[in-house]
Design a protein around this ligand. Sequence first.
Ligand SMILES: CC(C)(COP(=O)(O)OP(=O)(O)OC[C@H]1O[C@@H](n2cnc3c(N)ncnc32)[C@H](O)[C@@H]1OP(=O)(O)O)[C@@H](O)C(=O)NCCC(=O)NCCS
Length: 166
Amino acid sequence: MIIRRERPPDRPEILAVIEAAYPGAAEARLLRELFASREYLPELSILAESADGEILGHVISTRGWIDNVPALGLGPLGVLPARQNQGIGSALMHASIDAANELRETVIVLLGGTDYYPRFGFVPADSVGIASPDPSWGSHFMALPLTGFHAGIRGHFRYAEPFNGL
Ligand SMILES: CC(C)(COP(=O)(O)OP(=O)(O)OC[C@H]1O[C@@H](n2cnc3c(N)ncnc32)[C@H](O)[C@@H]1OP(=O)(O)O)[C@@H](O)C(=O)NCCC(=O)NCCS
């Protein structure tokens, strides 16, 4: 398996993977809008590909803000149903975190399962001073402070514009 950055010709297949991972849900539409948004960051749209060129999973992080400080919002993350629980999601998460650190980003936030993301170091966002856009998300709104994080980064998180349409 190869982990690499997405290229525009990969997008139809990536969208099919996300549609398969989240059938009938809003994630594929969100991802299509994120690809076209101002908050798209090419280094942080990452896919997993089999040796014979099939796209198995994809993850994206896009520009968000904590008050006026740039931060990253991660998601959607999806893996082809037939290839789940084989470490692909974990490989994509580790690649995203490594790339974000190399870009000297300060923090990644996401909305997700509390039984999955803590294994990558995510903690409840409010425990590091980051308030969610929707208080009902509770502990599902998580943050991973990166190497460049410091305690002065506090406030309300705002996602890339396409998330407002969810
Ligand atoms: C969630 C997802 C991205 C994880 O990717 P993956 O490649 O299947 O996961 P990995 O192989 O890296 O990790 C497997 C572990 O994740 C857990 N896991 C898989 N899907 C999960 C889910 N939806 N919620 C919580 N945990 C999940 C497995 O139980 C397994 O745990 P273990 O290591 O303790 O046995 C993938 O399963 C997926 O696309 N699911 C469909 C969409 C979805 O349900 N998303 C919810 C996100 S919280």
